[in-house]
Unconditional design. Sequence first.
Length: 232
Amino acid sequence: MENRNSKGPEYIQRFSLNFRIQHIVLFVSTITLIITGIPLWCLGRPEYAWSQSVVQAFGPVATIRWIHRVAAVGLIAVSFYHILYLIYSREGRREFIELLPMPKDFVDVTIKSLYFLGLTKNQPRFGRYSYFEKFDYWAVYWGCVIMIGTGLVMWFPDIAAKYIPWLSYELAAEIHADEAILAALALFVWHFYNVHFNPSRFPGSGLWWHGRMTREQMMKEHPLEYEKLLRK
């Protein structure tokens, strides 16, 4: 724990620089892929005339495709790095274990549902990660497998046709587009609300940048982790 000002709030460092850089590369790559990819998919469809204006804002079609592929390389790189981080880093192994779904998460979902329905005044007490943070994390795994796999099929169609002929270019393109829309909705509706637009955090959380939370935030949002830190 650190106290940057004796008269100010006490801050607790939750995430290391390594972890934060991975997250920054992930969200920059993902948002760039969404902004460039969905207009490309809609291009040429009369019902999506707006996509022409978006593509033209980047210049020639080749430019927006190049940006999309650069962002794709960023997503692939951070995905593989994260796997190595989980295997070879003590911090990574600890985070992975903390992010595994546990029976308590299902209990927490039940308690939270009862709270929303007004059937209980109690709220679940979270440890290092809440059930919705774990959902975010594992949704990224699923999304990366689908997006990277189908994206590579479209990027290298001849190689894909040789080794995985059952996954045609057209099928890969359809799966890629559907998963992209699902990812965009999950990011801008679910994740952004929980992290930035929730009234308790609006206009946004700086946790992604500095990795710190105040003692008061910890006691409210992650009381079990805070109690564990006190015991240590």
